[in-house]
Design a protein around this ligand. Structure first.
Ligand SMILES: [Zn+2]
Length: 271
């Protein structure tokens, strides 16, 4: 019989910023940003201070990953401020070629500090696998950013394999089946994280149902209630009802420090 003896904990930081922790290893996806000019929420100074100090839920913060360089996902200056205060084991960053001067400055310091890093911005539909530890694998999957105005911007999706569980973070990747189909052949996605536009879109739903086929779908990249000037929460509430289907649980991450505990079935554990 399948039992549960461990959990992967997921904590929302702000917008698409999520902290993932299991068995003493912590990863942060799109979780350091504090700039305006967009209708989403920023990471609070208090949270960034907790990250620097290693206070719960940031006790473990080993790897920082960023899907793309947009101000609601990634502020390079703040990442630099973080790594100067607290060592990390590795950084997954967008391509330097299309990046800002601030990304170039961050990379200069990262090289000086000899911190392991990988710059991505992978070709859409291709993937690259990184074994970080015995039970932690990152597979980056290349895609383009959604929206015609951002068609030239690459967005790396991250498939995190932790304790045999596969968590897929799509960031702002477009709902184009070709980006995912080959990369996810033979992969059982346990939990898929998508933004409200992806979830709302017909092709997005088709990709969720036919390619991701996750046990849980998590809608993230939501503003907090006080910042929700574009009414994303009512859109998502309607869509969750409309697209509900048996065998797939839906969660919405929209509150600061909102947490999910994902059970790891013992059958997947190697012991
Ligand atoms: Zn975004």
């Amino acid at each position: 019989m399948e039992g549960v003896n461990e959990y992967i904990s997921i904590t929302l930081v702000a917008n698409a910023g999520v902290c993932i922790e299991c068995d003493g290893v912590g990863l942060l996806v799109d979780g350091i940003h504090n700039e305006g000019g967009h209708p989403f929420s920023r990471v609070s100074e208090a949270d960034m201070e907790r990250m620097r100090q290693g206070i719960v839920p940031f006790t473990h913060l080993d790897y920082l990953l960023f899907t793309h360089e947009h101000p609601d996902h990634f502020t390079p200056q703040y990442v630099l401020g973080h790594i100067l205060n607290r060592p990390v084991k590795g950084l997954f960053l967008p391509s330097e070629t299309d990046g800002s001067p601030n990304l170039a400055l961050l990379l200069d310091r990262v090289r000086e500090l000899a911190i392991p890093y990988w710059t991505l911005g992978l070709e859409p539909g291709t993937k690259q696998r990184f074994e970080l530890a015995d039970d932690v694998i990152v597979t980056a999957i290349g895609a383009r950013h959604m929206g015609p105005q951002y068609a030239t911007i690459r967005n790396d999706c991250f498939l995190l394999t932790v304790k045999g569980m596969n968590l897929l973070f799509t960031g702002d990747a477009d709902h184009v089946a070709e980006y995912y189909a080959a990369a996810l052949t033979d992969v059982t996605v346990d939990v898929a994280f998508v933004n409200p536009i992806f979830y709302n879109n017909k092709q997005g739903q088709q990709i969720i149902n036919e390619i991701f086929r996750p046990r849980d779908v998590v809608i993230y990249h939501m503003p907090f209630a006080e910042d929700d000037t574009m009414h994303f929460s009512s859109l998502v509430r309607r869509d969750v009802k409309r697209y509900a289907r048996p065998g797939m649980q839906t969660h919405v991450l929209s509150e600061a420090n909102q947490a999910l505990a994902l059970p790891v079935p013992t059958a997947r554990c190697p012991w």
